[in-house]
Design a protein around this ligand. Structure first.
Ligand code: HQG
Length: 180
C-alpha cells in the first residue's frame, strides 16, 4: 500500500535527517537543513521518489516530522536529532503539566538520575497523556511520568516547542517527577 510505502520512506528520511546523513552521502548545515534536490537524488535509487512524492510524504507524515524551507529548496527534521544542530527554537512557556512516556524497566534509574536525553539533543515531553503512552510503548511495558513544569520554570529550567508540537528540555531532575 501507498501509505505503508510512504511510512517506510519516512522512517529512512528520519534516520538520515536526524542521525546519520553520511549513510547516503549528504550533509546537514548547522541548522539541520539539507538540500532537497540532493536528498531526492540520493534517495532515488532506493525509493524512486521525486519532489511531488517527497512533498506528499512530508505533508502526510503522522507526526509532521519534517519541514521544507519556504521555497522548498531545503528540508530538515523538526526534532529528534542525535547529531548536533541548532533548530533556533525560542524558549516557550509550557502547560503546567507535561508527560513523559517510558518503559517500566527504566523507571528506577529515572528516579535516581532524572530523565536524561540519552542519544538525542533534548529530552522529549508530550502535552497529552495519549501521546506519552504511545512514545513509552515503543520501549516496552509503558510507564508515564507527570512533570511539574511550573516548579521547573520557577527554578530557571527552559523549555522549547518544536515545529511539530513536541516539548523539549535539557533534562528533568527526579524531584520534578510524579507517577501518572
Ligand atoms: C529513557 C519519537 C534510564 C527515556 C517519540 C526513553 C518522541 C532513561 C529512552 C521521540 C533515563 C530514550 C523521543 C535514565 C531517560 N535512566 N532511562 N536516567 N532518562 N531514559 O527514543 O522520549 O517517532 O531517545 O525515558 O515520539 O522515547 O522518532 O526518547 O525511554 O517524540 O518521531 O531513555 O522519538 O518520535 O529513548 O522518544 P528516545 P523518547 P519519532
Amino acid at each position: 500500500r501507498n501509505k505503508d510505502n510512504h511510512n517506510k520512506i519516512s522512517k529512512f528520511i528520519s534516520l538520515v535527517l536526524r542521525h546519520s546523513p553520511e549513510i547516503i552521502g549528504i550533509t546537514l548545515d548547522k541548522n539541520g537543513w539539507t538540500n532537497t534536490e540532493t536528498l531526492i537524488k540520493k534517495l532515488y535509487p532506493k525509493f524512486g521518489i521525486d519532489l511531488s512524492i517527497l512533498k506528499e510524504i512530508v505533508a502526510s507524515d503522522e507526526k509532521q516530522r519534517y519541514s521544507f524551507s519556504a521555497d522548498f529548496t531545503k528540508i530538515r527534521a523538526n526534532q529528534g536529532h542525535s547529531v548536533s544542530v541548532d533548530l533556533e527554537l525560542l524558549p516557550q512557556k509550557p502547560p503546567a503539566i507535561l508527560y513523559h512516556g517510558t518503559a517500566q524497566r527504566f523507571v528506577q534509574s529515572i528516579y535516581k538520575q532524572g530523565i536524561q536525553k540519552q542519544n538525542r539533543q533534548y529530552v522529549h515531553l508530550s502535552k497529552d497523556l495519549e501521546t506519552a503512552q504511545k512514545v513509552g510503548r515503543r520501549h516496552g511495558e509503558v510507564f508515564v511520568f507527570q512533570i511539574d513544569t511550573c516548579k521547573m520554570l520557577n527554578e530557571g529550567y527552559v523549555f522549547y516547542l518544536s515545529e511539530n508540537g513536541v516539548w523539549l528540555t535539557d533534562e528533568v531532575p527526579a524531584r520534578f517527577l510524579n507517577p501518572y
